[in-house]
Write a protein that binds this ligand. Sequence first.
Ligand code: HEC
Ligand code: HEC
Length: 380
Amino acid sequence: MRTLVMLVLCLSAPGSAILAQGKFPPDSFTNLKVLPKNIDQRTLISTMRGFALALGVRCTYCHVGPEGAPLDSLNFASDDKRTKRTARVMLDMVSHINEEHLADVPDRPVPHVVVRCATCHRGLARPRLLDDELALMLADSGLAALVQRYRALRERYYGSGAYDFGEIVLNDLARVEQRAGRTDNAIGLLSLNAEFNPRSAFIPAALGEAYLQKGDTARAIASYRAALAKDSTQGLAHTRINELTGRHLRRPSSPLLSVAGTYATAVTLVADSCTGTMIRDNPTLVEQQPGDTIVRLTHAAIAASGSVHNDGRFQMAPAVMRISGVSYHVDINGRFEERGFAATVHVAAGDLGQPTRCGYTVRWIGNKRGAPNVIPEAQR
Ligand code: HEC
Ligand code: HEC
Protein backbone atom coordinates (compact mmCIF):
# COMPACT_ATOMS: atom_id res chain seq x y z
CA MET A 1 0.00 0.00 0.00
CA ARG A 2 2.97 2.33 0.39
CA THR A 3 3.19 2.65 -3.38
CA LEU A 4 -0.35 4.00 -3.62
CA VAL A 5 -0.68 7.57 -4.70
CA MET A 6 -3.28 9.89 -3.27
CA LEU A 7 -6.67 10.10 -4.84
CA VAL A 8 -6.36 11.80 -8.20
CA LEU A 9 -9.37 13.78 -9.33
CA CYS A 10 -11.51 12.17 -11.99
CA LEU A 11 -10.94 13.90 -15.33
CA SER A 12 -12.97 11.69 -17.62
CA ALA A 13 -16.64 12.48 -18.14
CA PRO A 14 -18.78 10.86 -15.45
CA GLY A 15 -20.58 7.73 -16.50
CA SER A 16 -18.60 7.36 -19.73
CA ALA A 17 -19.57 3.83 -20.63
CA ILE A 18 -16.70 1.83 -21.93
CA LEU A 19 -17.67 -1.34 -23.72
CA ALA A 20 -16.41 -4.73 -22.67
CA GLN A 21 -12.79 -5.05 -23.60
CA GLY A 22 -12.97 -8.60 -24.81
CA LYS A 23 -9.52 -9.58 -23.55
CA PHE A 24 -8.35 -10.60 -20.10
CA PRO A 25 -6.15 -9.42 -18.67
CA PRO A 26 -6.44 -6.22 -20.68
CA ASP A 27 -3.26 -4.90 -22.25
CA SER A 28 -3.68 -1.51 -20.66
CA PHE A 29 -5.74 -0.01 -17.89
CA THR A 30 -7.77 3.02 -18.86
CA ASN A 31 -9.51 4.16 -15.69
CA LEU A 32 -7.10 4.02 -12.76
CA LYS A 33 -7.63 6.95 -10.41
CA VAL A 34 -5.98 5.81 -7.22
CA LEU A 35 -3.60 3.01 -8.17
CA PRO A 36 -0.47 4.15 -10.08
CA LYS A 37 -1.27 4.46 -13.79
CA ASN A 38 1.91 2.60 -14.73
CA ILE A 39 1.11 -0.34 -12.45
CA ASP A 40 2.15 -3.64 -14.06
CA GLN A 41 -0.49 -6.16 -14.97
CA ARG A 42 0.56 -8.80 -12.46
CA THR A 43 0.52 -6.37 -9.50
CA LEU A 44 -2.88 -5.02 -10.47
CA ILE A 45 -4.44 -8.46 -10.79
CA SER A 46 -3.00 -9.65 -7.49
CA THR A 47 -4.25 -6.44 -5.82
CA MET A 48 -7.71 -7.18 -7.19
CA ARG A 49 -7.59 -10.77 -6.01
CA GLY A 50 -6.61 -9.39 -2.60
CA PHE A 51 -9.73 -7.17 -2.59
CA ALA A 52 -11.99 -10.07 -3.52
CA LEU A 53 -10.49 -12.32 -0.84
CA ALA A 54 -10.55 -9.67 1.89
CA LEU A 55 -14.21 -8.91 1.26
CA GLY A 56 -15.31 -12.47 0.51
CA VAL A 57 -16.70 -11.47 -2.91
CA ARG A 58 -16.03 -12.03 -6.63
CA CYS A 59 -14.87 -9.56 -9.27
CA THR A 60 -18.47 -8.78 -10.25
CA TYR A 61 -19.14 -7.35 -6.80
CA CYS A 62 -17.37 -4.23 -8.04
CA HIS A 63 -17.14 -4.70 -11.81
CA VAL A 64 -19.94 -4.60 -14.38
CA GLY A 65 -20.77 -7.92 -16.01
CA PRO A 66 -22.83 -11.08 -15.56
CA GLU A 67 -22.09 -13.15 -12.44
CA GLY A 68 -20.11 -16.28 -13.28
CA ALA A 69 -19.31 -15.11 -16.81
CA PRO A 70 -15.76 -15.42 -18.17
CA LEU A 71 -13.51 -12.56 -17.09
CA ASP A 72 -13.05 -11.24 -20.62
CA SER A 73 -16.72 -10.33 -20.72
CA LEU A 74 -16.47 -7.96 -17.71
CA ASN A 75 -16.17 -4.22 -18.12
CA PHE A 76 -13.42 -3.48 -15.63
CA ALA A 77 -12.99 0.16 -16.57
CA SER A 78 -16.62 1.09 -15.86
CA ASP A 79 -17.37 2.99 -12.64
CA ASP A 80 -21.07 2.18 -12.69
CA LYS A 81 -21.04 0.05 -9.57
CA ARG A 82 -21.30 1.87 -6.26
CA THR A 83 -19.04 -0.74 -4.68
CA LYS A 84 -16.17 0.05 -7.06
CA ARG A 85 -16.45 3.73 -6.25
CA THR A 86 -16.56 2.84 -2.56
CA ALA A 87 -13.44 0.73 -2.98
CA ARG A 88 -11.61 3.85 -4.24
CA VAL A 89 -12.63 5.68 -1.07
CA MET A 90 -11.29 2.73 0.88
CA LEU A 91 -7.99 2.70 -1.01
CA ASP A 92 -7.57 6.36 -0.18
CA MET A 93 -8.53 5.77 3.45
CA VAL A 94 -6.06 2.91 3.83
CA SER A 95 -3.17 4.96 2.47
CA HIS A 96 -4.12 7.82 4.81
CA ILE A 97 -4.14 5.46 7.77
CA ASN A 98 -0.78 3.93 6.90
CA GLU A 99 1.08 6.98 5.68
CA GLU A 100 -0.29 9.63 8.01
CA HIS A 101 -1.94 8.31 11.15
CA LEU A 102 0.21 5.27 11.79
CA ALA A 103 3.35 7.22 10.91
CA ASP A 104 2.57 9.38 13.95
CA VAL A 105 2.49 6.48 16.40
CA PRO A 106 5.08 7.33 19.08
CA ASP A 107 8.08 4.99 19.18
CA ARG A 108 6.33 2.71 16.73
CA PRO A 109 7.63 -0.83 17.18
CA VAL A 110 9.21 -2.52 14.17
CA PRO A 111 8.37 -4.32 12.03
CA HIS A 112 5.32 -2.08 11.56
CA VAL A 113 1.82 -3.46 11.50
CA VAL A 114 0.38 -2.36 8.17
CA VAL A 115 -3.36 -1.88 7.72
CA ARG A 116 -4.82 -3.76 4.75
CA CYS A 117 -8.37 -4.33 3.51
CA ALA A 118 -8.48 -7.62 5.42
CA THR A 119 -7.53 -5.93 8.69
CA CYS A 120 -11.10 -4.66 8.90
CA HIS A 121 -13.00 -6.75 6.40
CA ARG A 122 -12.04 -10.29 7.53
CA GLY A 123 -13.88 -11.81 4.55
CA LEU A 124 -16.98 -9.60 4.79
CA ALA A 125 -18.10 -6.87 2.40
CA ARG A 126 -19.59 -4.84 5.25
CA PRO A 127 -17.37 -5.66 8.19
CA ARG A 128 -19.85 -5.37 11.01
CA LEU A 129 -18.87 -7.04 14.27
CA LEU A 130 -21.05 -9.93 15.38
CA ASP A 131 -22.33 -8.20 18.51
CA ASP A 132 -23.51 -5.21 16.46
CA GLU A 133 -25.00 -7.49 13.81
CA LEU A 134 -26.96 -9.45 16.42
CA ALA A 135 -28.09 -6.40 18.39
CA LEU A 136 -29.45 -4.84 15.17
CA MET A 137 -31.16 -8.07 14.22
CA LEU A 138 -32.75 -8.43 17.64
CA ALA A 139 -34.03 -4.86 17.66
CA ASP A 140 -35.38 -5.07 14.10
CA SER A 141 -36.73 -8.60 13.83
CA GLY A 142 -36.83 -10.20 17.26
CA LEU A 143 -35.39 -13.26 18.95
CA ALA A 144 -36.53 -15.97 16.53
CA ALA A 145 -34.95 -14.14 13.57
CA LEU A 146 -31.76 -13.61 15.54
CA VAL A 147 -31.50 -17.29 16.43
CA GLN A 148 -31.94 -18.22 12.78
CA ARG A 149 -29.37 -15.62 11.70
CA TYR A 150 -26.83 -16.72 14.28
CA ARG A 151 -27.10 -20.34 13.20
CA ALA A 152 -26.75 -19.38 9.53
CA LEU A 153 -23.73 -17.16 10.17
CA ARG A 154 -22.08 -19.80 12.28
CA GLU A 155 -22.73 -22.45 9.68
CA ARG A 156 -21.21 -20.30 6.96
CA TYR A 157 -18.37 -18.47 8.73
CA TYR A 158 -17.27 -20.60 11.67
CA GLY A 159 -13.48 -20.87 11.61
CA SER A 160 -13.01 -18.16 8.96
CA GLY A 161 -12.30 -15.35 11.39
CA ALA A 162 -15.12 -13.26 9.93
CA TYR A 163 -17.06 -13.31 13.19
CA ASP A 164 -16.28 -14.06 16.80
CA PHE A 165 -18.28 -17.15 17.67
CA GLY A 166 -16.74 -17.37 21.15
CA GLU A 167 -18.96 -17.61 24.20
CA ILE A 168 -18.79 -13.97 25.22
CA VAL A 169 -20.74 -12.24 22.44
CA LEU A 170 -24.09 -13.90 23.23
CA ASN A 171 -23.50 -13.71 26.98
CA ASP A 172 -22.96 -9.96 26.73
CA LEU A 173 -26.03 -9.44 24.60
CA ALA A 174 -28.07 -11.55 27.04
CA ARG A 175 -26.85 -9.35 29.89
CA VAL A 176 -27.96 -6.21 28.04
CA GLU A 177 -31.40 -7.74 27.41
CA GLN A 178 -31.80 -8.88 31.00
CA ARG A 179 -30.85 -5.45 32.34
CA ALA A 180 -33.45 -3.93 30.06
CA GLY A 181 -36.03 -6.29 31.55
CA ARG A 182 -36.36 -8.39 28.38
CA THR A 183 -35.90 -11.63 30.28
CA ASP A 184 -37.26 -13.91 27.58
CA ASN A 185 -34.69 -12.58 25.12
CA ALA A 186 -31.94 -13.18 27.68
CA ILE A 187 -33.13 -16.75 28.22
CA GLY A 188 -33.32 -17.38 24.46
CA LEU A 189 -29.84 -16.02 23.84
CA LEU A 190 -28.30 -18.00 26.68
CA SER A 191 -30.06 -21.21 25.62
CA LEU A 192 -28.70 -20.74 22.10
CA ASN A 193 -25.23 -20.11 23.51
CA ALA A 194 -25.42 -23.21 25.72
CA GLU A 195 -26.03 -25.32 22.63
CA PHE A 196 -22.67 -24.32 21.16
CA ASN A 197 -20.75 -24.15 24.45
CA PRO A 198 -21.88 -27.25 26.32
CA ARG A 199 -18.96 -27.15 28.76
CA SER A 200 -19.54 -23.61 29.98
CA ALA A 201 -20.63 -23.30 33.61
CA PHE A 202 -21.11 -19.57 33.24
CA ILE A 203 -24.00 -19.91 30.78
CA PRO A 204 -26.25 -22.08 33.00
CA ALA A 205 -25.44 -19.81 35.96
CA ALA A 206 -26.49 -16.79 33.89
CA LEU A 207 -29.62 -18.69 32.82
CA GLY A 208 -30.36 -19.21 36.51
CA GLU A 209 -30.21 -15.44 37.01
CA ALA A 210 -32.58 -14.87 34.11
CA TYR A 211 -35.10 -17.46 35.37
CA LEU A 212 -34.84 -15.96 38.83
CA GLN A 213 -35.62 -12.52 37.42
CA LYS A 214 -38.58 -14.06 35.66
CA GLY A 215 -39.81 -15.61 38.91
CA ASP A 216 -39.32 -19.22 37.74
CA THR A 217 -37.55 -20.55 40.82
CA ALA A 218 -37.70 -24.21 39.81
CA ARG A 219 -35.92 -23.58 36.49
CA ALA A 220 -33.50 -21.22 38.22
CA ILE A 221 -32.48 -23.92 40.71
CA ALA A 222 -32.17 -26.50 37.92
CA SER A 223 -29.90 -24.11 35.99
CA TYR A 224 -27.68 -23.40 39.00
CA ARG A 225 -27.40 -27.16 39.57
CA ALA A 226 -26.43 -27.62 35.93
CA ALA A 227 -23.76 -24.95 36.41
CA LEU A 228 -22.37 -26.77 39.44
CA ALA A 229 -22.38 -30.07 37.58
CA LYS A 230 -20.04 -28.47 35.02
CA ASP A 231 -17.92 -26.61 37.54
CA SER A 232 -18.36 -27.40 41.22
CA THR A 233 -16.61 -24.12 42.14
CA GLN A 234 -19.08 -21.86 40.29
CA GLY A 235 -19.56 -19.30 43.06
CA LEU A 236 -22.79 -17.63 42.00
CA ALA A 237 -24.58 -20.97 41.56
CA HIS A 238 -23.49 -22.05 45.06
CA THR A 239 -24.71 -18.87 46.68
CA ARG A 240 -28.04 -18.90 44.89
CA ILE A 241 -28.77 -22.56 45.60
CA ASN A 242 -28.10 -21.95 49.28
CA GLU A 243 -30.36 -18.93 49.28
CA LEU A 244 -33.13 -20.56 47.29
CA THR A 245 -33.21 -23.99 48.87
CA GLY A 246 -32.78 -22.45 52.35
CA ARG A 247 -35.88 -20.36 51.79
CA HIS A 248 -37.63 -23.28 50.16
CA LEU A 249 -37.15 -25.66 53.11
CA ARG A 250 -37.66 -22.94 55.74
CA ARG A 251 -34.52 -24.12 57.48
CA PRO A 252 -34.08 -22.15 60.72
CA SER A 253 -31.55 -19.46 60.04
CA SER A 254 -28.33 -19.73 62.04
CA PRO A 255 -28.19 -17.56 65.19
CA LEU A 256 -26.67 -14.11 64.88
CA LEU A 257 -23.34 -13.30 66.45
CA SER A 258 -23.97 -11.13 69.49
CA VAL A 259 -21.31 -9.95 71.98
CA ALA A 260 -22.45 -6.49 73.12
CA GLY A 261 -22.57 -5.66 76.81
CA THR A 262 -20.56 -4.61 79.85
CA TYR A 263 -17.73 -6.83 81.02
CA ALA A 264 -16.03 -6.80 84.43
CA THR A 265 -12.39 -6.64 83.53
CA ALA A 266 -9.25 -8.14 85.03
CA VAL A 267 -5.94 -7.02 83.52
CA THR A 268 -2.54 -8.53 84.21
CA LEU A 269 0.82 -7.25 83.10
CA VAL A 270 2.62 -10.24 81.62
CA ALA A 271 5.68 -8.49 80.20
CA ASP A 272 7.01 -4.97 80.67
CA SER A 273 10.20 -3.24 79.57
CA CYS A 274 8.82 0.23 80.31
CA THR A 275 9.07 1.69 83.80
CA GLY A 276 6.08 2.81 85.81
CA THR A 277 3.41 1.10 83.67
CA MET A 278 0.11 1.27 85.51
CA ILE A 279 -2.92 -0.74 84.51
CA ARG A 280 -6.38 -0.67 86.02
CA ASP A 281 -9.30 -3.10 86.18
CA ASN A 282 -11.87 -0.73 84.68
CA PRO A 283 -15.01 -2.30 83.22
CA THR A 284 -15.07 -2.79 79.46
CA LEU A 285 -17.99 -1.73 77.30
CA VAL A 286 -18.48 -3.77 74.10
CA GLU A 287 -20.65 -2.35 71.33
CA GLN A 288 -21.79 -4.55 68.44
CA GLN A 289 -25.02 -5.04 66.46
CA PRO A 290 -26.31 -8.66 66.32
CA GLY A 291 -24.91 -10.33 63.18
CA ASP A 292 -22.50 -7.48 62.50
CA THR A 293 -18.75 -7.97 62.22
CA ILE A 294 -17.87 -4.50 63.46
CA VAL A 295 -17.06 -4.26 67.16
CA ARG A 296 -16.05 -1.39 69.44
CA LEU A 297 -14.37 -1.76 72.83
CA THR A 298 -14.17 1.02 75.42
CA HIS A 299 -11.92 0.56 78.43
CA ALA A 300 -10.85 3.36 80.77
CA ALA A 301 -12.00 5.98 78.25
CA ILE A 302 -9.88 4.45 75.50
CA ALA A 303 -11.93 3.20 72.56
CA ALA A 304 -10.84 0.77 69.82
CA SER A 305 -12.70 -0.49 66.78
CA GLY A 306 -12.17 -3.70 64.92
CA SER A 307 -13.79 -6.80 63.52
CA VAL A 308 -15.27 -9.88 65.13
CA HIS A 309 -15.86 -13.21 63.41
CA ASN A 310 -18.62 -15.80 63.80
CA ASP A 311 -16.25 -18.01 65.84
CA GLY A 312 -15.75 -15.18 68.37
CA ARG A 313 -12.23 -14.16 67.34
CA PHE A 314 -11.69 -10.44 67.21
CA GLN A 315 -8.95 -8.10 66.11
CA MET A 316 -8.80 -4.37 66.71
CA ALA A 317 -7.45 -2.00 64.11
CA PRO A 318 -3.88 -1.05 65.12
CA ALA A 319 -4.12 2.20 67.05
CA VAL A 320 -1.62 4.86 68.10
CA MET A 321 -2.02 6.84 71.32
CA ARG A 322 0.13 9.87 72.06
CA ILE A 323 0.83 10.45 75.76
CA SER A 324 3.34 13.05 77.03
CA GLY A 325 4.98 13.31 73.62
CA VAL A 326 5.48 9.55 73.21
CA SER A 327 3.57 7.41 70.68
CA TYR A 328 2.17 4.12 71.90
CA HIS A 329 1.27 1.55 69.24
CA VAL A 330 -1.52 -0.66 70.50
CA ASP A 331 -2.43 -4.07 69.09
CA ILE A 332 -5.39 -5.96 70.53
CA ASN A 333 -6.68 -9.38 69.58
CA GLY A 334 -8.61 -12.06 71.36
CA ARG A 335 -11.71 -14.20 71.39
CA PHE A 336 -15.24 -13.86 72.72
CA GLU A 337 -16.84 -16.79 74.42
CA GLU A 338 -20.29 -17.27 75.86
CA ARG A 339 -19.47 -15.70 79.21
CA GLY A 340 -16.75 -13.26 78.36
CA PHE A 341 -13.60 -12.66 76.39
CA ALA A 342 -9.87 -13.13 76.65
CA ALA A 343 -7.51 -10.80 74.82
CA THR A 344 -3.87 -9.88 74.56
CA VAL A 345 -2.80 -6.26 74.31
CA HIS A 346 0.64 -5.43 72.94
CA VAL A 347 1.86 -1.89 73.44
CA ALA A 348 5.09 -0.57 71.93
CA ALA A 349 6.32 2.91 72.80
CA GLY A 350 8.33 4.87 70.25
CA ASP A 351 7.80 6.69 67.03
CA LEU A 352 7.39 4.74 63.81
CA GLY A 353 10.70 4.18 62.09
CA GLN A 354 12.53 4.77 65.39
CA PRO A 355 13.81 1.95 67.57
CA THR A 356 11.14 0.90 70.08
CA ARG A 357 11.80 2.58 73.41
CA CYS A 358 10.03 -0.03 75.46
CA GLY A 359 6.94 -2.20 75.38
CA TYR A 360 4.53 -4.17 77.47
CA THR A 361 1.95 -6.90 77.13
CA VAL A 362 -1.32 -7.12 79.02
CA ARG A 363 -3.56 -10.13 79.48
CA TRP A 364 -7.09 -8.80 79.45
CA ILE A 365 -9.97 -10.92 80.72
CA GLY A 366 -13.59 -9.79 80.58
CA ASN A 367 -16.43 -11.48 82.44
CA LYS A 368 -19.81 -10.67 81.10
CA ARG A 369 -22.73 -9.52 83.23
CA GLY A 370 -26.22 -10.24 81.98
CA ALA A 371 -27.22 -12.28 78.93
CA PRO A 372 -24.59 -14.66 77.56
CA ASN A 373 -22.95 -14.02 74.17
CA VAL A 374 -24.13 -15.78 71.03
CA ILE A 375 -21.20 -17.26 69.10
CA PRO A 376 -22.58 -19.11 66.01
CA GLU A 377 -19.36 -21.01 65.34
CA ALA A 378 -18.07 -21.33 68.87
CA GLN A 379 -15.14 -23.74 69.25
CA ARG A 380 -15.81 -26.01 72.18
C1 HEC B 1 -13.87 -4.37 -3.81
C2 HEC B 1 -14.03 -3.95 -5.19
C3 HEC B 1 -13.23 -4.63 -6.27
C4 HEC B 1 -13.16 -5.97 -6.50
C5 HEC B 1 -13.80 -7.11 -5.72
C6 HEC B 1 -12.36 -6.11 -7.69
N1 HEC B 1 -11.96 -4.91 -8.14
FE1 HEC B 1 -10.93 -4.52 -9.85
N2 HEC B 1 -10.97 -2.56 -9.44
C7 HEC B 1 -11.51 -1.98 -8.32
C8 HEC B 1 -11.23 -0.57 -8.32
C9 HEC B 1 -11.65 0.44 -7.24
C10 HEC B 1 -10.50 -0.30 -9.48
C11 HEC B 1 -9.96 1.03 -9.91
C12 HEC B 1 -8.73 1.41 -9.14
C13 HEC B 1 -8.27 2.84 -9.40
O1 HEC B 1 -9.11 3.67 -9.72
O2 HEC B 1 -7.07 3.08 -9.24
C14 HEC B 1 -10.36 -1.58 -10.15
C15 HEC B 1 -9.71 -1.73 -11.35
C16 HEC B 1 -9.58 -2.92 -12.01
C17 HEC B 1 -8.98 -3.07 -13.30
C18 HEC B 1 -8.45 -1.96 -14.16
C19 HEC B 1 -9.57 -1.38 -15.00
C20 HEC B 1 -9.08 -0.21 -15.83
O3 HEC B 1 -8.93 -0.41 -17.03
O4 HEC B 1 -8.91 0.87 -15.27
C21 HEC B 1 -9.00 -4.39 -13.59
C22 HEC B 1 -8.49 -5.06 -14.87
C23 HEC B 1 -9.60 -5.05 -12.47
N3 HEC B 1 -9.98 -4.13 -11.54
C24 HEC B 1 -9.76 -6.43 -12.39
C25 HEC B 1 -10.36 -7.07 -11.35
C26 HEC B 1 -10.48 -8.50 -11.23
C27 HEC B 1 -9.97 -9.51 -12.25
C28 HEC B 1 -11.14 -8.75 -10.09
C29 HEC B 1 -11.49 -10.11 -9.48
C30 HEC B 1 -10.33 -10.95 -9.21
C31 HEC B 1 -11.40 -7.47 -9.47
N4 HEC B 1 -10.93 -6.48 -10.25
C32 HEC B 1 -12.05 -7.33 -8.26
C33 HEC B 1 -12.28 -2.61 -7.38
C34 HEC B 1 -12.47 -3.98 -7.29
C1 HEC C 1 -10.40 0.67 8.79
C2 HEC C 1 -11.27 -0.38 8.38
C3 HEC C 1 -11.40 -0.64 6.90
C4 HEC C 1 -10.41 -0.90 6.01
C5 HEC C 1 -8.92 -0.98 6.26
C6 HEC C 1 -11.06 -1.12 4.76
N1 HEC C 1 -12.40 -1.00 4.88
FE1 HEC C 1 -13.80 -1.22 3.41
N2 HEC C 1 -15.25 -0.82 4.74
C7 HEC C 1 -15.09 -0.56 6.07
C8 HEC C 1 -16.36 -0.34 6.68
C9 HEC C 1 -16.60 -0.05 8.16
C10 HEC C 1 -17.32 -0.45 5.65
C11 HEC C 1 -18.82 -0.33 5.78
C12 HEC C 1 -19.26 1.09 5.72
C13 HEC C 1 -20.77 1.14 5.81
O1 HEC C 1 -21.40 0.72 4.84
O2 HEC C 1 -21.28 1.59 6.82
C14 HEC C 1 -16.58 -0.75 4.46
C15 HEC C 1 -17.19 -0.91 3.23
C16 HEC C 1 -16.51 -1.26 2.07
C17 HEC C 1 -17.15 -1.51 0.80
C18 HEC C 1 -18.64 -1.36 0.50
C19 HEC C 1 -19.33 -2.65 0.83
C20 HEC C 1 -20.83 -2.58 0.59
O3 HEC C 1 -21.36 -3.58 0.07
O4 HEC C 1 -21.46 -1.58 0.92
C21 HEC C 1 -16.17 -1.85 -0.08
C22 HEC C 1 -16.35 -2.21 -1.53
C23 HEC C 1 -14.92 -1.82 0.64
N3 HEC C 1 -15.17 -1.46 1.95
C24 HEC C 1 -13.69 -2.10 0.10
C25 HEC C 1 -12.50 -2.01 0.80
C26 HEC C 1 -11.21 -2.26 0.20
C27 HEC C 1 -10.98 -2.67 -1.23
C28 HEC C 1 -10.28 -2.05 1.18
C29 HEC C 1 -8.75 -2.12 1.04
C30 HEC C 1 -8.22 -1.21 0.06
C31 HEC C 1 -10.99 -1.70 2.38
N4 HEC C 1 -12.33 -1.68 2.12
C32 HEC C 1 -10.38 -1.40 3.58
C33 HEC C 1 -13.90 -0.54 6.75
C34 HEC C 1 -12.66 -0.72 6.18
